[in-house]
Every structure is written in structure tokens, then in C-alpha cells.
Design a protein around this ligand. Structure first.
Ligand code: CDT
Length: 401
């Protein structure tokens, strides 16, 4: 075909498009894993992987512009566009074997030492599987203490860390470094600023394979309520215990990938994913504690599992990123919480899912360039987004203004 006066040939070889422009040859990342490129995943609970090994469809790189009829010329032009944006495929695929370290309940009487032992067991299992990174849940060092409200926030100060690592968590850092595996860990943090003010945060810290802290992310969307609610069988007083992050969502280059973080309720908001998507995120790490019973509207109880998947699968797909969502679930202090930890691909497909309500490792091999097949085509944000007509997104909080 001829595009803008230039002769272009497009050959598809084993799922990879070879685009010839004049005398220049470029390889285009083509569709989902190429033939023979199996995505492997699993769960250490012994269940068979839930997901197909890889999607059999969409092996060709195409971009869809709904305003333009598809022709062979437009297909070639779109493939050229992809090639121009992303250049050639690297000879070595970037792969990351990642684990989710789901936890069963942590009761109020459990000690930090007992909990850290459980975390080390999960981390060791992930290291045995050859994982480079394990994602632990939100508030993974304590019970979910915002379910109590005594009127005094300081009554639960013993549930916060004041530094990381600290004597209780140092063994986890040491074991991770010894095994050469990184982790992300959710916990409550009290931070004192220079003027002596105390800040209470719900955070997630990413640690690399050397045991060094890459970043500490603070939860942005704080759900629940601030005041004691006598009508609830249990409280969800996160707004009593935590300040919302003033920093928002960042991404960090680590583990050979561009990594972002979110915590629990953050995963329900599309802005969360888009903020990171606009920064080129390839892998989002998320820990959560989600009570099954939603007191303000119990009709949502039966949908908790569905909504959990809905938000992470759509967030992954619409932003061309992997998402690892990891629960602390089961019955904790009489409150049943969702498990169903998952690893999601940029296609929106689930690669691995927990099958128990207890401590369990799930894992998957992530072919990181799979992201480009979405961010370079259908969701090429630089090319297709219309920020000039989205002004409400940053000027309004909700329909009331
Ligand atoms: N931990 C957390 O953020 N849980 C919330 C509960 C919802 S509302 C009380 C969640 O979004 O899963």
C-alpha cells in the first residue's frame, strides 16, 4: 500500500507485524502474547489457574478510530503509527514474575511478631516460585482497627508504625533481601512533621530486592465515616483514623517496570487508574480490606466480589496496565471480608485468582510489553484523549460542584 506517497508493506509473521517503509524495517508489538508465549500463573493453594493461558484473539496490532472507516491503507497507517510511537520490539521481552500474598484475618490479639511470621512464610513461598515481587494487603500488620470507634483516635495508636522498617518488621526486610525478592506492604503510619504535628496515614511501602524502600504511597480516597455511628453493627471509621493523601498518585521505575500503587477504596475510582495511566504505569499494586456487609446499602453485599473484579479489570484494560489486587479477608473479629485476590492483565483478563479465605500466594508471569498493545493502539492517550472537553474532571468534586 502507499501511505502519503511512501510505499509501505505490512507482513504478519508469527503474530508480529513487520512493517517495511521504504528501506526501513520495524517490528511492531502485535496483539496479545505471540504464538508460544504462554502467560503462566497460579495459586499455591493448589488450584488450577482460572485464566486461559493467554487470549487466543487479538494477535494483530490494530487501532480503532470510530470516526474513520477501516481500509487496508488505514490499517497500514495505524500500524505505522504504532511503530512510530514505540519503535522496535526489544530483543529481550521484559518479564516480571509477581505474587500476591493474600492474608486471612488478623485478630486484635495477634502480635506483630505472629503477623510478620505469616508474612515471611508467604514471602518465602513466593521466592520459592521464583517471584521477584510479592504484594501484601492493606493494613497487613494489624487487624482492621477502623471497625472500632472509642471517640479517641489515640486509643489505637499502637496499631500505627512510626518508622519503617522497625524492630518488628526488620525480619521481613532481612528475609526479603536474603531471598532477593521485593514486596509492597500496607500499614498505618504516624508521621510527625517539623512543627510537631502528628499525621495518621494509611500507607503502602514498596521495597526492592535489596531491601531498600522505593516509595511510600498514602491512600487518597478515604472511605467510611468520621463520627461513631450507633446504627452500624461494626464501624468503618477510616475518616476518623486517616488523613487523605495530599500527594495523589505517583509511579516509580522499579523491578524493570513502571509501578504505581493504590489502596483499597482507591481501586473503585477511575481517576486513580487514569492518573497513573497518564504517567505510563505498567503495573499497579493494591492491597484491600473489604467487608462483605456494606451497611449504607446492603443490596451491594452480594455484589462485593463482582464489583471488586469489575473495577480492577476495567481499570487495567482502560489504561493498558497490569493490576495486582490483594486482600486481607475472611472473618476478622466477627466481620466477614472479601478475599478473591486477583492479578489482571492489560487486556482486562484475570491471570490468577485466590481460591481460599486464608493466607495464600497467587502468582503470574507478566510480559510487560503487553501494556503497549493497549496504550499504543486503542488507548493511545496522547493521540485520542480530549482533555480540553474534560475540564469538569479537575474543576468539580461531584454533581453539586
Ligand atoms: N479499606 C477500604 O477502603 N474498604 C472499602 C470499604 C468500603 S466502604 C466502607 C472498600 O472500598 O473496599
Amino acid at each position: 500500500v502507499v501511505v502519503d506517497g511512501t510505499v509501505v508493506m505490512v507482513l504478519v509473521v508469527a503474530g508480529t507485524a513487520v512493517v517495511v517503509v521504504g528501506t526501513t524495517v520495524v517490528l511492531v508489538a502485535a496483539g496479545a502474547p505471540v504464538v508460544g508465549d504462554e502467560v503462566t500463573s497460579g495459586s499455591l493453594a493448589g488450584a488450577a489457574p482460572l485464566a486461559p493461558a493467554h487470549p487466543a484473539t487479538s494477535r494483530h496490532a490494530t487501532a480503532t478510530n470510530p470516526n474513520r472507516p477501516r481500509t487496508r491503507t488505514s490499517l497500514a497507517a495505524e500500524m505505522l503509527h504504532v511503530a512510530a510511537r514505540h519503535g522496535r520490539l526489544s530483543p529481550m521481552e521484559r518479564m516480571l514474575r509477581v505474587a500476591g500474598g493474600q492474608m486471612g484475618p488478623i485478630q486484635r490479639a495477634d502480635t506483630r511478631g505472629q503477623v510478620v511470621d505469616r508474612l515471611i512464610t508467604l514471602l518465602s513461598e513466593a521466592a520459592d516460585l521464583g517471584c521477584e515481587l510479592i504484594v501484601f494487603p492493606e493494613l497487613a500488620l494489624t487487624t482492621f482497627f477502623p471497625r472500632w470507634h472509642t471517640g479517641k483516635v489515640t486509643d489505637f495508636d499502637h496499631c500505627y508504625e512510626t518508622e519503617m522498617p522497625n524492630p518488628a518488621t526488620q525480619p521481613l526486610f532481612d528475609e526479603a533481601r536474603r531471598r532477593g525478592i521485593g514486596f509492597s506492604l500496607g500499614y498505618a503510619l504516624i508521621e510527625e512533621t517539623d512543627d510537631g504535628t502528628l499525621h495518621r496515614w494509611n500507607v503502602q511501602t514498596l521495597v526492592d530486592t535489596e531491601g531498600s524502600i522505593v516509595a511510600t504511597f498514602k491512600k487518597v480516597h478515604i472511605p467510611g465515616h468520621d463520627e461513631f455511628d450507633p446504627l452500624r453493627p461494626f464501624q468503618h471509621a477510616e475518616r476518623h483514623f486517616f488523613e487523605p493523601s495530599p500527594e495523589g498518585f505517583g509511579v516509580w521505575d522499579a523491578f524493570g517496570a513502571r509501578i504505581g500503587m493504590m489502596i483499597c477504596n482507591d481501586r473503585r475510582w477511575p481517576e486513580t487508574y487514569r492518573e497513573m495511566g497518564l504517567q505510563g504505569v505498567e503495573l499497579i499494586l493494591c492491597g484491600y480490606n473489604t467487608p462483605i456487609h456494606y451497611v449504607p446499602d446492603p443490596s451491594q453485599d452480594r455484589l462485593q466480589g463482582f464489583h471488586n473484579k469489575l473495577v480492577m479489570q476495567s481499570g487495567a484494560y482502560q489504561n493498558g496496565t497490569f493490576v495486582v489486587g490483594v486482600a486481607k479477608g475472611g472473618v476478622e473479629e466477627g466481620v466477614a471480608s472479601l478475599c478473591e485476590s486477583i492479578i489482571v492483565a492489560p487486556s482486562g483478563e484475570i491471570l490468577a485468582e485466590a481460591t481460599t479465605e486464608g493466607d495464600e500466594v497467587i502468582w503470574a508471569d507478566l510480559r510487560l510489553d503487553w501494556c503497549k498493545q493497549y496504550t499504543g493502539t486503542l488507548f493511545d492517550m496522547d493521540y485520542y484523549r480530549r482533555p480540553e472537553v474534560y475540564t469538569r474532571l479537575t474543576t468539580m468534586r461531584g454533581p453539586s460542584g
